[in-house]
Unconditional design. Structure first.
Length: 138
């Protein structure tokens, strides 16, 4: 007898948005463009406060945040997301600050976040999306 099909957590997760948090509009647009080209549902925020509001709205598929936000640190957001959504949420911290505090970057990695240091180019973002969401994310 065949088992009834129930949507998996992975399928449900694929329908939830990726939250993009960056205070630089051009970088945020590039992140949105890369995800849109992959058919990934997304939402974006330009500040820690706006991102916290978006997280309170419901589930997330993944989180990509800048380290330095106008009203706080992306590390704070990673900690809040890990506390709210648990260890299964894929997360990434991006920064162009080559002199970022190593302890902050280590803490982000300890939270399970991918860490990208450097200028973000389309190829970098495509690779980051594939690492977070899988090579054929939709």
């Amino acid at each position: 007898m065949a088992e009834p099909h129930h949507p998996s957590a992975e399928t449900a997760s694929a329908q939830q948005p990726v939250l993009i948090v960056h205070d630089e509009p051009n970088v945020r647009r590039l992140l949105v463009q890369v995800l849109a080209q992959r058919g990934v549902t997304h939402t974006s925020a330009d500040s820690l406060a706006t991102a916290r509001f978006a997280m309170a709205e419901g589930g997330l598929r993944a989180l990509i945040t800048d380290l330095h936000l106008s009203d706080g640190s992306g590390l704070e957001l990673l900690e809040a997301a890990r506390g709210r959504f648990g260890p299964a949420l894929p997360m990434a911290l991006v920064t162009a600050d080559y002199l970022a505090d190593g302890r902050v970057l280590d803490r982000a990695a300890a939270l399970g976040a991918l860490v990208h240091i450097g200028i973000l180019r389309t190829a970098d973002l495509t690779a980051l999306a594939a690492r977070l969401l899988g090579p054929e994310a939709r």
